[in-house]
Design a protein around this ligand. Structure first.
Ligand SMILES: *Cc1c(COP(=O)(O)O)cnc(C)c1O
Length: 856
């Protein structure tokens, strides 16, 4: 057909561009309102854009898309509407006030020494579905961290990568097999602006092997008050395709692609941060937070900067350690980020004298040592994170414990319990994840929510939740229909989706990555039993399921397929559905509308888990294995703990036992409680649990709580340590570096040669003869460790007392002594130990050095 013909043909655009109609002057403020992602957690701004074009808003949920696609005539009409214009001005004023007003952090800073600035590095950020540069929990946590930091007023800057295709969009083929699509993110359609100076893009450069250069430009996203810097390698300056493609996809390539991304994030990210701070005049960050090991190269770049400024490597390392924080996010060994040492060495690219070209001034071999693990062929990013971060943490109490075991080898000589890895339990951002119907009750802010919920009548709690469940049912029907069309089914074949689910039926949600340990298909262990539970005529259950498998994970994809096939049984399909393309926009509906949130990971593989928290903030009751956050927060009234069969070594048997426990809990406890109604149709005991969840659990799972914890427990101490390390031309850091060198020479000769004790009048005096190998007695800590002794001879919950140097014995050893009052009875025991002692150590175990008495 010739020109003017009407055949619809799909041709791929060679280049894309967006034509923006200038906004009428009266509506100019819509510009800044659409650019700052604060709208993502500000309902009035969302309503404003919904008013501009309700259809466009419903389809896209994206202010920039609304402004790009709205009919200019509609804009002209709105510009003439005085009430609307006044509303735009009012919301814009509100944004300006939000950006300027004093927040929690300002008050806190009145009474506490605080960091001037904090840099937060992460491989992914899930701030909003309109900026799809996240894959799942880690990214959404980072997004929530930024939003809460914004609300609290922290001087924080985020640093990450801008991916042209982000993470994949998930579809299904007719057989229920996952298919991946990679839509292109066009910066012109996204709420971000290029960092420029004198009209030219600011670029960062990184030296690559064979004399090449990796160059990146920097996008700035405004997340409320927090700038998020995103590096982008897709520019003409990278003539080499491999370099240009470094930021093409998130978690998409091979090891080589991945190390390039991490080099860009850590090293390029530091350089971008320095440029941004210089140009904007913001205070230099004094604290650097690595969200997972991916960001580890930032520590090496900081050492490089300091060495370039004249410090020796050890002193520079001491400064960097003092102010770096490392958060580990996985207890799954396969989840730890590791590279072949050979690959790291290649990119460090040493010259003839062994100095890295990637990090000029640093010996390549020394950098390689930072990632040492037992296997010399492997470079471990988490190990580098711990070695370059004086403070570190896991993301729930249980995960802290598991991490102390898992990484205990990095602190030889210490029991796992003494390993200096703390815990800050994750949280989720209330204004993002709490449904508007709930937020309407707590008018002022999230801190007042518990009181507001406490005062609500049972019927109000129940009817609010029932409306949210009905909203979810609408969403499920819409998505199931769209997914069916996408898979190639006809309208006739999809007629059933119009009646899919029932707004009155107990609704259980299960949505998460299809990682093996999360056991997507545990509920299908006994398919007949599951079938009976779903289709019970009197007390039915419906289940909404979602989750993506990593594109390279065929195991995960076949779990999804198994699940999809189960849901396609005509006898079941009204009660169980798999919705493809789990992301923030879908997640919001599911968390808000489900009665029960199910989670059945293999304990203790779930570091924290946050989806159950989002459900709880909406009154959902958790039904979960006691793993991650639930292990510390389940209290018997906010949901149910699925007993885990942790001691059972046979995985199959363990799955059977835990599935059995899950079915039984559902059949005997959860379902009867849900359908136990009073004369008004309200399940009063269920509502009691909802109220308890909303008022008592809600405040504990908030990202604002998490960010306050990070501030008080990690950011402030790190800022103080940084100041101490840098003061007086880095004398603190020089001192610590010199001390570490002295320990390297002398520690090998430190020994406790003999211990004497003497009891008198209920007091115990202990004296230890310590050979110090030339160290000054003031530079070691000698301790008495005393307590009850168990059957194995272990001291349980010991009391630890410092001992003081008294005299020298005949062999020239220093005698350290102390007198204590032991408990009046019981099997007691003690030992003595020697530890390094220095003002700038954050923890006794920090250097991994300890000496106990020679056995015998
Ligand atoms: C919260 C969330 C996650 C993480 O949930 P987990 O419980 O940690 O598995 C993943 N994806 C989306 C879209 C989320 O909103």
């Amino acid at each position: 057909m010739g020109p003017g013909g009407s055949t619809v043909i799909a041709v791929r655009a060679f280049r894309r561009f967006t034509v923006r109609v200038p906004l009428p002057a009266e509506l100019a403020a819509l510009g800044p309102l659409s650019q700052n992602l604060r709208w993502a957690w500000h309902a009035p701004t969302q309503e404003l854009f919904a008013t501009v074009d309700p259809d466009l808003w419903a389809r896209t949920g994206d202010p920039l898309r609304v402004l790009a696609d709205v009919d200019p005539a509609r804009l002209a009409h709105l510009a003439a509407d005085e009430r609307f214009c006044a509303r735009v001005e009012q919301i814009h004023d509100e944004l300006r006030q939000y950006l300027a007003a004093g927040q929690w952090f300002d008050g806190f800073a009145q009474t506490h020494p605080v960091p001037a600035g904090i840099a937060y590095f992460s491989m992914e950020f899930g701030v909003s579905e309109v900026l799809p540069i996240y894959s799942g929990g880690l990214g959404i946590l980072a997004g929530d961290h930024l939003k809460a930091a914004s609300d609290l007023g922290l001087p924080l800057i985020g640093v990450g990568l801008f991916y042209r295709s982000g993470y994949f969009r998930q579809g299904l083929d007719r057989d229920g097999w996952q298919v991946e699509r990679y839509p292109v993110n066009d910066p012109a359609d996204l709420p971000m602006t290029l960092l420029t100076e004198d009209g030219a893009p600011v670029l960062v450069e990184i030296s690559m092997p064979e004399g090449r250069t990796l160059t990146a430009q920097i996008w700035v996203v405004e997340v409320g008050r927090i700038p998020l810097l995103l590096l982008d390698s897709d520019i003409a300056a990278n003539t080499d395709d491999a370099l240009r493609g470094v930021t093409d996809r998130l978690y998409g390539g091979d090891q080589e692609h991945r190390i390039l991304q991490e080099i860009l994030l850590g090293i390029g990210g530091m350089r971008a941060l320095r440029e941004y701070v210089r140009i904007t005049g913001r205070p230099e960050p004094t604290v650097f937070h690595m969200n997972e090991g991916h960001a580890g190269f930032l520590g090496t770049e900081r050492i490089r900067e300091l060495v370039a400024g004249g410090l020796d490597f050890d002193t520079a390392e001491a400064v960097v350690r003092a102010s770096n924080i490392f958060t580990t996010h996985t207890p799954v060994p396969a989840g730890i980020d590791r590279f072949p040492t050979e690959l790291v060495t290649r990119y460090l690219d040493a010259d003839e004298s062994g100095i890295s070209r990637l990090l000029p001034g640093l010996p390549a071999a020394t950098v390689v040592e930072l990632g040492d693990e037992a296997d010399p062929a492997v470079f471990n990013m988490a190990h580098m994170g711990f070695r370059l971060g004086q403070r570190s943490n896991g993301v729930s109490r249980l995960h802290g414990e598991v991490s102390r075991e898992m990484f205990a080898d990095l602190w030889p000589g210490f029991d796992a319990a003494d390993v200096p890895i703390g815990a800050v339990t994750n949280g989720v951002h209330g204004p993002t994840w709490v449904a508007q119907r709930w937020r309407d009750f707590a008018s002022s802010d999230e801190d007042s929510a518990p009181e507001a919920y406490a005062a609500l009548p049972d019927e109000t709690i129940w009817s609010t939740h029932e409306r949210l469940r009905a909203d979810l049912v609408d969403e499920v029907r819409r998505r199931a229909h769209a997914s069916g069309r996408d898979r190639g089914f006809t309208e006739a074949e999809l007629a059933w989706t119009a009646d899919l689910f029932d707004p009155k039926v107990l609704t259980i949600g299960f949505a998460r990555r299809a990682a093996t340990y999360k056991r997507l298909t545990l509920m299908l262990r006994d398919p007949d039993r599951m079938r009976r539970i779903l289709t019970d005529p009197d007390r039915p259950v419906q289940l909404v399921i979602a989750g993506k498998a990593h594109p390279a994970d065929n195991g995960g994809k076949s779990l999804i397929q198994q699940m999809v096939r189960f849901t396609e049984d005509p006898a079941l399909r009204d009660r169980i559905v798999f919705l493809p393309d789990y992301d923030i926009s879908m997640a919001r509906h599911i968390y808000a509308g489900c009665d029960v949130w199910l989670n059945n990971p293999v304990r203790p593989m779930e570091a924290c888990g946050t989806s159950g928290m989002k459900s709880a903030l909406n009154g959902g009751l958790n039904l979960s294995i006691l793993d991650g956050w639930w292990d510390e927060m389940a209290d018997g009234e906010n949901g149910w703990a699925i007993p885990s069969a942790e001691g059972v070594a046979d995985e199959n048997r363990r799955d059977d036992l835990e599935a059995e426990a899950l079915y039984t809990l559902l059949e005997e406890t959860v379902i009867p409680l849900f359908y136990d109604r009073d004369h008004r149709g309200v399940p009063t005991r269920w509502v009691e649990m909802m109220r308890h969840t909303l008022t008592r659990l809600g405040p504990k799972v908030l990202a604002s709580r998490m960010v306050r914890d990070y501030t008080t427990e990690l950011y402030c101490p790190a800022a103080a340590a940084f100041e101490a390390a840098c003061a007086d031309d880095h004398s603190g850091a020089r001192d610590l570096a010199a001390y570490r060198r002295a320990l390297e020479t002398s520690w090998g000769s430190v020994l406790i040669a003999g211990v004497e004790d003497e009891s008198l009048d209920g007091e115990l005096r202990v004296a230890a003869h310590v050979g110090l190998g030339g160290l000054d007695p003031e530079t070691v800590r000698v301790q008495l460790v005393l307590g009850r002794v168990d059957d194995e001879g272990e001291i349980v919950e010991p009391a630890i007392t410092d001992m003081s140097p008294t005299e020298r014995d005949a062999s020239g050893r220093t005698v350290f002594a102390v007198t204590v009052t032991p408990p009046a009875s019981g099997h007691l025991g003690y030992t003595v130990r020697v530890l390094p002692r220095h003002d700038q150590l954050s923890h006794d175990a920090e250097l991994g050095l300890v000496r106990y008495p020679v056995a015998g």
